[in-house]
Ligand binder design. Structure first.
Ligand code: IPM
Ligand code: MN
Length: 352
């Protein structure tokens, strides 16, 4: 099979972790007889520096033309500490999500047997956790009207959802629940927010079309608590953009390191695969960041974008093997030998 993939390394540790995902993907492709064409393109601070824009048109064209997009990370501290900056790297990410119509962000959380003691949470609480968030990605407060008034002394951001936006995300949630353990949790704040009431109403209507799925409705604050108390009680969770952003960072703690969790963003024009972590600027260029979230995102890409399940499984197997054998970066080394980012990537590629 010919795989045409747009490669967006982005900022900070993005290029380093992307390099490892490319090595591993190429190793899988050669093992299974596929040919990958990687087309690199600029995003984030790197794109601002080069062309003054965090998601240039040229990058968009490359993404649209590709079968899938593999993405590293975006963000640079020089913009975070400058509230007056007119262009920010993150705007590139948001523009990309919107222009590519990437409305469903799939963020799984699972535990790795060999890391079960690395989690800050007690083993008996997290054992068996295997849940997946479906975060709405192109609506809500991220994209609502925002501004300043009252002589710059008042600021506002608005959260808006249409029935259609909720419906298409919820349908993905029901479909995913059917593939898994037929349990779906709708996370909202319907006791306070009108958008949440629209979410609940829409999901309740859809529920009738999926009688085999058991649906629960929970408030986001309660989910935040139960997620670390009894994560294994959840299976598929659907939620709006900002709630999903916050809860998936929280959920990543369960696995033991944020450097482990992959994600897929499914859309109208293409699909994009990226680690859930950020650009980790403190580690940029040091060859110490954990590449596994990006490598596992590549596994999701093989499976979701190309239907290549065995290839995805080969990547997951070799990742599990590396963890079991302690071929890990410093975030997981726990006093043992810490391997470099590139060493982990080489080991994975060689062991495919
Ligand atoms: C994420 C990130 C982004 C988000 C930032 C970088 C804009 O935190 O992908 O979760 O908030 O969506
Ligand atoms: Mn986030």
């Amino acid at each position: 099979m010919k795989l045409n993939i747009a490669l967006l390394a982005g900022d900070g540790i993005g290029p380093e972790v992307i390099d490892q995902a490319v090595k591993v993907s190429d190793a899988v492709a050669s093992k299974f007889g596929h040919k990958i064409t990687w087309t690199p393109a600029l995003t984030g601070a790197a794109a601002i520096d080069a062309v003054g824009e965090p998601y240039p048109d040229e990058t968009h064209d490359i993404c649209v033309a590709a079968d899938a997009v593999l993405f590293g990370a975006i963000g640079h501290p020089r913009f975070d500490n400058d509230p007056s900056a007119k262009v920010r790297p993150e705007q590139g990410l948001l523009k990309m999500r919107q222009k590519l119509g990437l409305f469903a962000n799939v963020r799984p959380t699972f535990t790795f047997p060999s890391l079960i003691d690395k989690s800050p949470l007690k083993k008996e609480r997290i054992e068996g956790t295997d849940l997946v968030f479906l975060r709405e990605l192109t609506g809500g407060i991220y994209f609502g009207k925002r501004g300043r008034e009252d002589n710059d002394n008042t600021a506002y951001d608005t959260c808006t959802y249409t029935r259609e936006e909720v419906e298409r995300l919820a349908i993905k949630g029901f479909e995913m629940a059917i593939q898994r353990s037929k349990k779906l949790c709708c996370v909202d704040k319907a006791n306070v927010l009108e958008t949440s009431r629209l979410w609940r109403e829409t999901v309740q209507k859809l529920e009738k079309e999926y009688p085999e799925v058991e649906v629960s409705y929970e408030f986001v604050d309660a989910v935040a608590m139960r997620l670390v108390q009894w994560p294994s009680s959840y299976d598929v969770l659907i939620t709006e953009n900002l709630f999903g952003d916050i809860l998936t960072d929280e959920a990543s703690v369960i696995s033991g390191s944020m450097g482990l969790m992959p994600s897929a963003s499914l859309g109208e024009k293409t699909s994009l695969f990226e680690p859930i972590h950020g650009s980790y600027p403190q580690a940029a260029g040091k060859d110490i960041a954990n590449p596994l979230a990006t490598v596992l995102s590549a596994a999701m890409m093989f499976e979701t974008a190309f239907g290549l399940k065995d290839e995805a499984e080969a990547i997951r197997d070799v990742v599990n093997k590396s963890l079991a054998e302690g071929i890990v970066t410093e975030d997981l080394a726990d006093g043992g030998k810490a391997y470099k980012t590139s060493e982990v990537g080489n080991w994975l590629a060689e062991n495919i």
